[in-house]
Design a binder for this molecule. Structure first.
Ligand code: SF4
Length: 400
């Protein structure tokens, strides 16, 4: 067996990689047997992903892109050029980075790829809302929902942060899937960059599948890349991140980001909230509001509380009154949300009259309150519905 063939056969799972570029072959040819197998495997793993696939440039910071540039003999300024191509011009292939020399593009493409991937499915609502499904390896699929305002003034993308979710909220289809995987920063950003309407987006909300604060490293990296001057260069005011309340992740988010925060509240009484949201046990809503009182939400950064209104569960005057006392002193708003029914869950939404009455009560007690427009009801708009259907489909025997 020739040395290079021997080296190739060491890739994980017996996959023979024929993509080793010339520079790497040179390194392998100068391989010193005394360094041992570990060195060789490290060399292969560092150049490629652990499964031997090319590594994505998407998700890398400018500093990291500089290291990539140096590794293939490009000058440091090429990192800025790569960032432009990836985050601004949204190219999908290294060959499209035309201000890099052909030689450098070829060297880069031996080990790296841009790392974007198109959605595998799109379901369009009559109201213009589009639900996209992105495949995440073998872990499953995640949803991203494009929501254009009816008056055309804005276009929001609701993005996922995990495949499935650990939080198991009673009213959520994603929670029923259980947890499958964390999304990387690249997979979070890919949802923003790879939908056809990417250029028209005015806002992004991390309110899709998963609990963002439970994947805080990747979420913070994605936010950095969205707001960095070399990245998408968005204002943090265009980005909102939601949470049910995961203390450590939330503290980091509040300290390390300037993006808006949306807290899933849904019930102001701890025991009742617990029956809807098991996360209440680990970090109660009163602890969460105490933490939020230590931060300033009176200027650029917005704090909102999401409140899905369930008939007979959290829509009474008792709940309204408690909401006012719980949020007293916080610079915040409440968004009332109509419930999208999901199979097997004994919860019902309320009519518009009850929503309006609750809004008016809260507003008259000093809390700016809105009723969120319900969009895309004809396309399984409840979070996790489409990906759950996809998962069930993939588990059907081929004969069905
Ligand atoms: S509502 Fe959010 S936090 Fe709760 S289970 Fe669903 S995805 Fe997870």
């Amino acid at each position: 067996m020739s040395f290079s063939r021997f080296a190739l056969s060491l890739t994980p799972r017996g996959v023979v990689q024929d993509r080793l570029h010339l520079g790497m072959k040179k390194e392998l040819n100068s391989f010193c047997p005394s360094l041992g197998l570990h060195y060789l495997c490290t060399l292969i793993y560092n150049k490629h992903g652990m499964d031997g696939t090319k590594r994505p440039l998407l998700g890398l910071t400018l500093e990291e892109l500089k290291q990539v540039a140096a590794s293939v003999g490009m000058p440091a300024f090429a990192a800025g050029q790569m960032a432009q191509w990836i985050y601004r011009k949204r190219v999908t292939d290294i060959s499209q980075m035309t201000n890099l020399s052909m030689r450098h593009r070829e060297a880069l493409a031996q080990d790296y790829e841009v790392g974007t991937s198109a959605p595998i499915e799109a379901v369009r609502s009559v109201d213009g809302t589009v639900k996209y499904l992105f495949q995440i390896g073998t872990a499953g699929a995640v949803e991203a929902v494009y929501i254009p305002a009816e008056d055309g003034s804005r276009a929001t993308l609701c993005v996922s942060s995990q495949v499935g979710c650990k939080m198991n909220c009673l009213f959520c289809m994603t929670g029923k899937q259980g947890f499958a995987a964390q999304l990387t920063a690249a997979q979070i950003l890919n949802q923003v960059l790879s939908i056809p309407e990417s250029d028209t987006l005015t806002n992004v909300v991390l309110m899709g599948m998963g609990e963002p604060m439970d994947n805080i490293d990747h979420v913070l990296r994605a936010l950095t890349l969205m707001t960095a001057p070399y990245g998408l260069a968005w204002s943090p005011k265009r980005i909102t991140v939601s949470t049910v309340g995961v203390r450590r992740g939330l503290e980091r988010f509040l300290d390390e980001s300037e993006c808006h925060l949306a807290v899933s509240l849904h019930n102001p009484f701890p025991e009742e909230r617990l029956s809807l949201m098991p996360a209440e046990r680990a970090y109660s809503i009163s602890q969460l509001t105490d933490l939020l009182r230590r931060y300033d939400f009176s200027h650029q950064r917005r704090l909102s509380f999401e409140y899905i209104v369930f008939r007979g569960v959290n829509d009474t005057p008792r709940h309204a009154s408690r909401l006012v006392s719980l949020l007293r002193g916080l610079d915040c708003r409440i968004n009332l949300i109509r419930f999208h029914a999901i199979p097997g869950v004994p919860l019902e939404g309320v009519g518009m009259e009850a929503m309006t009455a609750l809004r008016d009560y809260l507003t008259s007690h000093g809390i700016f309150t809105t009723i969120r427009a319900s969009r895309g009801e004809d396309i399984w708009a409840a979070c996790g519905m489409l990906s759950t259907m996809k998962k069930e489909e993939s588990q059907l025997p081929p004969s069905l």
